[in-house]
Ligand binder design. Structure first.
Ligand SMILES: Cc1cc2nc3c(=O)[nH]c(=O)nc-3n(C[C@H](O)[C@H](O)[C@H](O)COP(=O)(O)O)c2cc1C
Length: 337
C-alpha cells in the first residue's frame, strides 16, 4: 500500500491510496459499494464509480426485470453486479443478463461460485467472491476468484453468524497470500477504511454507509431510521427469512435495525404470529418491516450524495493516515532525544 502524504490543495477525487485493489480494478479509491439487493440500483452504482470507486448493482436473488431496469439506469457506467449465489442454482438468467451487459466485475456471495466462474471470466469480468469461513475462502480460490470480499458479522444485511470483520480479516489475509481482499462489515467512515487496511485488506465494501445516500433506493422512513440508530441498535435475526423467505442455508441470518417484530420474535411469539404481523404491516412501517443495516449506523449522521460521502471518507483516510505517520515520527523523536 502506498499512502499519499496529504490531500490539502489536491483536486477533488485525487487518489489518496494505491493498493493491490485500486491497481487491479483501475479505480482511484479502494472503495466498493456492497451489492445490496433492491437497494443498490444503477444510479447508486454509477455514482460510486463516478466518485472514484467501483459501484455494484445488487442483483439479489436474481429478479431479471429489476436488474435489466437498473443496468439501464447505470447508463453505460463501468460497474459490477452482485448476486446471492444459492439463488442462481434455480435460475441463472439474471446472471447471464448481467454478463451480456459487460460488467467490470461480478460478486458472488452465499453459495458455491465454482459453477459460474468460467462464465464470469469468459465475459471479461473480475470475479469477486464473498467469503466468511476458511472453507469458503478455499472454494473461492479454487473458483479462480480475482478478489475476496471478507464479511464479518457486524455487516448489515445477510451474512453468517460468527466473528466480526476485525477478527475475520487477518485470518483470511494470512490464508491467501497476495490475493486482493476487500473488507465488508462495520466500516462507515475513513477511520474504518484505514483500520481495514491495517488488518490486511486492500479495500472496503460498504453497504450501510451507501444506504444513507441520495442515490440508494430507500424510503424516507428507512433513511430516517438509519440516521437515528446507534451502533447498539442493530441485531442479527432470522425472523424475516422465516416470515418472508427464501430459506437461507444453516448458519446464516441477517443484521437489521432492532424493531417491534424482532422483539416479539425474541420473546417467543412464534412463526404464525410473526407472519401475520409482517403481512399486515404497511411497507413503510419500519417497526415491522426490516431495515437491513450494520453496526456502522453509529457513525452515519447525514444523508449525502455519493460524491460528498466518498469525498468525506477519503479526506478522513488522509487525515487518519497522516495522524498515524505523525505518531510514528513522534516516537522516533522520543527514541533519538
Ligand atoms: C440493505 C442491504 C442489502 C444487502 N443485500 C445484499 C445482497 O443482496 N447480496 C449480498 O451479497 N450482500 C448483501 N448485503 C450485504 C453486503 O454485501 C455487505 O456485506 C454489507 O453491507 C457490509 O457491511 P456494512 O453494511 O456494515 O457496510 C446487503 C446489505 C445491506 C445493508
Amino acid at each position: 500500500m502506498t499512502v499519499g502524504d496529504s490531500v490539502e490543495g489536491a483536486p477533488p477525487h485525487a487518489p489518496v491510496l494505491s493498493t493491490r485493489l485500486t491497481r487491479l480494478l483501475g479505480v482511484r479509491h479502494p472503495v466498493l459499494n456492497a451489492p445490496m439487493g433492491d437497494t443498490a440500483g444503477g444510479r447508486l452504482a454509477a455514482a460510486v464509480t463516478a466518485a472514484g470507486g467501483l459501484g455494484l448493482i445488487g442483483g439479489g436473488y436474481g429478479d431479471r426485470a429489476w436488474l435489466e431496469r437498473e443496468l439501464e439506469a447505470a447508463g453505460g457506467s463501468r460497474i459490477g453486479v452482485g448476486f446471492v449465489t444459492f439463488a442462481l442454482v434455480h435460475d441463472a438468467a439474471a446472471l447471464h443478463a448481467a454478463l451480456d451487459a459487460g460488467p467490470a466485475a461480478v460478486q458472488l456471495s452465499f453459495g458455491d461460485p465454482r459453477p459460474h466462474a468460467d462464465a464470469v471470466h469468459a465475459a471479461g469480468a473480475m470475479l469477486l467472491c464473498g467469503v466468511h469461513t476458511p472453507e469458503e475462502v478455499d472454494r473461492a480460490v479454487e473458483a479462480g476468484a480475482d478478489v475476496l470480499v471478507a464479511q464479518g458479522s457486524d455487516a448489515g444485511g445477510h451474512g453468517r453468524r460468527g466473528p466480526s470483520t476485525m477478527a475475520v480479516l487477518p485470518s483470511i489475509r494470512d490464508r491467501v497470500g497476495d490475493l486482493p481482499v476487500v473488507a465488508a462489515g462495520g466500516i462507515g467512515d475513513g477511520r474504518g477504511v484505514v483500520a481495514a487496511l491495517a488488518l490486511g485488506a486492500d479495500g472496503v465494501s460498504m453497504g450501510t454507509r451507501f444506504l444513507a445516500t441520495a442515490e440508494a433506493i430507500t424510503t424516507a422512513a428507512e433513511r430516517r431510521a438509519v440516521l437515528e440508530a446507534r451502533a447498539t441498535d442493530t441485531v442479527r435475526t432470522d425472523v424475516i427469512d422465516v416470515v418472508r423467505g427464501p430459506a437461507w442455508p444453516t448458519g446464516h441470518d441477517g443484521r437489521v435495525l432492532r424493531n417491534r417484530l424482532v422483539d416479539e420474535w425474541e420473546s417467543g411469539c412464534g412463526p404464525e404470529r410473526a407472519a401475520q404481523r409482517f403481512s399486515a404491516a404497511d411497507v413503510d412501517d419500519v417497526s415491522v418491516q426490516p431495515v437491513w443495516a450494520g453496526e456502522s449506523v453509529g457513525v452515519i449522521h447525514a444523508i449525502g450524495t455519493v460524491e460528498v460521502v466518498m469525498e468525506e471518507i477519503m479526506d478522513e483516510v488522509a487525515r487518519t493516515t497522516g495522524m498515524l505517520a505523525a505518531m510514528r515520527a513522534d516516537r522516533a523523536a522520543e527514541v533519538t532525544s
